[in-house]
Design a protein around this ligand. Sequence first.
Ligand code: G3P
Ligand code: CA
Length: 337
Amino acid sequence: GQALSHRLEMPNPAIIAHRGASYYAPESTLPAYQLARALGADYLELDLQRTKDGHLIALHDNNLKRTTNIESVFPERANDPVSTFLLSELKQLDAGSWFNDAYPDRARPQFVGLKIMTLDEVRQVAEQGNNHPGLYIETKSPDLFPGIEADLKTYLAAHRWLGDQAPTQPDNSADVNVRFTDSRVMLQTFERSSLKALQSAMPDVPKILLLWGGSDYIKMAQHPPKGEHESTADYYSRLKVNAPSDYAQWLEFARDNGAIGVGPSTIQTPHQSDFARQFSYMDLAMPWMVNMSHQHQLLVHAYTVDHIDDAYNYRNRGVDGFFTNRPAALLQAFDRA
Ligand code: G3P
Ligand code: CA
């Protein structure tokens, strides 16, 4: 793991700000990304989607209900997918107030009225200031956005974030910054078809294949039937990757399709969120899994780790990077603050 990171000139452990510093500010908004940069996170993570008029944007959910005021602005379209909106429509939405309601202890008046961001706006955050984080871009629900991998390549190339055109250091800085190398863009996806499309479009850009408990490899590994009256939580707790050969199959797909690493889910005890408990956040970075990944020459970037004790636990297993909503906590944990 360490050696592969070194070849990529990537910090190890890499600290990846998940939707920005999204514990402290509304996810995927300007203050979340600005804070992540100011803290010194290695990467700004974003989920890539595309508007009806072709703009690439940073948004996690497939619809706008959870993180915007869509129900008061376009009530009849509250359940519609992001892909059916023009950018000018999305820009009318308030993407910050929900955070103040959900987290009163972290609420701030300036979060009211924050906008959904384009990829272009996130890129500008990465290029401003003294720290220069990379961009760690996930093709989210890529089946809904045919050709988004090629669109991304066109965008990145046009803005000198790819290959030979990429500056080796920020234009405005005398410091050689190791993040401004070929690995300042990372690509990630859960979808095997999108990994192939990313590899085809951008063979020289490092990629991570993400894994979750509902991944088809895991399902195929055991395909246990869900009990008629069994809760989702109980069902997923029964899903286990028992056979190393099942995990190896996934690693081999990743490696054979150009990935330089894998992105497994983790279980954070005792801090695991209700969401994680309810759905399928299995521990897919168990010690033998991390070892096997390294034997396959693959890095392990684990999601989503917000607490220092969990970070140390997974680091002791050899995890090479962390997606985190709390980059301040993890940077401090690894003496990077
Ligand atoms: O991209 C790593 C992690 O973000 C995957 O989960 O649902 O937060 O995109 P999600
Ligand atoms: Ca993501």
